[in-house]
Ligand binder design. Structure first.
Ligand code: MZP
Length: 504
């Protein structure tokens, strides 16, 4: 006979935290959100940790190279989407790894035969006023000059004027050479009173810009996540089909960590993929696996050698797997059970395997609950899709700005490798929807705000780091009526207060 679990399948909304004793040192600035990302033995340091417990979802609408750099600046990791060709995914990883902290690959470039009108069009499209003029118009072509707003007067010049007539030519430019340190580059900027410093290689090819305005960037991003060469840490998603081709290409591009991206991970496919990686790379290549929703799934992937394990089936905001297939589990129940399995595995084997709560975060406090329930870190799609840095289009719909957000199991993503169990193409069905999410501005501002709330709640619970929070958090189930009590009630609101549904 079938097994029926005694507890219903519960979600984050059904829980609240009970405050614990907090001493006078329990202040947000004293809270560390540093967390392990990959398995480690008792008493040893994990080979990779994050400075904040956030990762961005392996999705076309969420994680490209731009998002990877933006999130690494805050201290987290993006997993660049795998539902694209091996070449284009590897190119994204390469671009993200090329952008060293403070060294920015040029995103506005023109050929020498371009006109003032082309400059104005590119400036309007990208929003940047520094344009590199390279021989072939690419970001790493031979540098011939630069154009900034100081070089032209729109009211006095013919839009058809060629850039070569008004650009600052290479022989009049101040530039740095590859290998220069950030502090040397900044000295050149200050000594020569320029706003940007192009960096070139031995063949005069452009490699990056250093901007005066970014001088304070490091101070703004004290938690940035860098490798030993001061490049941003970057992740990427893989699948259980073309890994023999994709994994080597991503490693060659410099990826730091991989994750198998699958809606359901308790399978032989994942075991075979993990074994192939271990056989070919040993423990050098770090790879997460999932998704699972119970102890059996966790233990299976732990024994297969996964470096971290993702939890969550059917809870994603764009996900209709539960409706279509009748599988899944409330995210809170799944995290609680897997966290217990992770702790038992640690006790039994001395190996700690970090777990990631993937999907279903609606309010900022859900992040705090996921951590309290035992997650080492969290993966979010909808949350990051709303920011400037996500790859999807920003549109005006019914008078409000929105960004597009679609599931990897939607027809739009056509990511059949993730959901396809084989068989007749005509019989395939969607497990995700195509949608809009409200545009929310910059990643930096939003992440700061969300994590300040997390830190503040951890202080209320008397925990100054995630490991203590796992041990000390006290949670309670809420009743339907007490949820009403939790919002503004029995008052006439003067306006719809955005804070009452913040984090959406
Ligand atoms: P959310 O943060 O938008 O709630 O959920 C993001 C997560 O949903 C992803 O990390 C992934 O695990 C899952 N996902 C992505 N696409 C689909 C789908 O099309 C999906 N069904 O469920």
């Amino acid at each position: 006979m079938a097994t029926v679990l005694k507890e219903p399948s519960r979600t984050f909304n059904e829980y609240l935290l009970i405050p614990g004793y907090s001493g006078m040192d329990a202040r947000p600035e004293n809270v560390s959100l540093r967390t392990p990302v990959v398995r480690f033995r008792k008493g040893e340091e994990p080979a990779l940790s994050m400075n904040i417990p956030l990762t961005s979802a392996v999705m076309q609408a969420v994680s490209d190279d731009n998002m990877a750099v933006a999130l690494a600046k805050e201290g987290g990791i993006s997993f660049i989407f795998g539902s694209q060709s091996v070449e284009s995914q590897a190119a994204m990883v390469r671009r993200a790894k090329r952008s060293k902290a403070g060294f920015v690959p040029s995103d506005s470039n023109l050929r020498p035969d371009a006109t003032l009108q082309d400059v104005l069009d590119l400036k309007a499209e990208k929003g940047h006023s520094t344009i590199a003029i390279t021989e072939d118009g690419t970001a790493d072509g031979k540098l011939l000059g630069i154009v900034t707003s100081k070089d032209y007067r729109v009211s006095r010049m013919d839009p058809a004027t060629k850039v070569t007539e008004f650009m600052t030519p290479f022989d009049k430019m101040v530039y740095g050479r590859d290998g220069i340190t950030l502090s040397e580059a900044n000295d050149l900027i200050w000594d020569n009173k320029v706003n940007q410093l192009p960096i070139i290689d031995d063949n005069q090819r452009l490699t990056a810009f250093v901007f005066r305005k970014d001088y304070d960037s490091h101070k703004e991003h004290p938690l940035e996540l860098l490798d030993a060469d001061k490049r941003y840490i970057v992740g990427a998603g893989i699948n259980t089909r073309d890994y023999e081709e994709r994994v080597p290409a991503l490693i060659d591009a410099g990826v730091d960590i991989l994750t198998i991206d699958s809606s359901e991970g308790y399978s032989e496919w994942q075991a075979v993929t993990l074994k192939w990686i271990r056989d070919n790379y040993g423990d050098k290549v770090k790879v997460g696996a999932g998704n699972v929703v119970d102890a059996d799934g966790f233990n299976f992937l732990a024994d297969c050698g996964a470096d971290f394990i993702k939890i969550g089936i059917g809870g994603g905001s764009i996900c209709i797997t539960r409706e279509q297939k009748g599988i899944g589990r409330g995210q809170a129940s799944a995290v609680l059970e897997v966290a217990q399995a992770r702790d038992e595995y640690f006790k039994k084997t001395g190996v700690y395997i970090p777990i990631c709560s993937d999907g279903g975060i609606v309010y900022d406090y859900h992040m705090t609950l996921a951590l309290a329930m035992g997650a080492d870190f969290i993966m979010l799609g909808r949350y990051f899709a709303r920011f400037d840095e996500s790859p999807s289009a920003k549109l005006m719909v019914n008078g409000s700005y929105v960004k597009e957000y679609w599931g990897e199991g939607s027809a739009r993503a056509r990511n059949w490798q993730r959901y396809d169990m084989g068989g007749d193409a005509k019989l395939k069905f969607e497990e995700g929807v195509d949608s809009y999410v409200p545009y929310a501005g910059s990643l930096h501002d939003n992440v700061q705000m969300s994590l300040n709330k997390v830190r503040s709640t951890m202080c209320n619970c008397g925990s100054l780091n995630i490991q203590d929070f796992h041990k000390n958090a006290k949670l309670t189930l809420v009743s339907a009526v007490s949820i009403v009590e939790g919002g503004a009630h029995d008052v006439i609101l003067k306006e719809v207060n955005s804070n009452s549904s913040n984090g959406r």
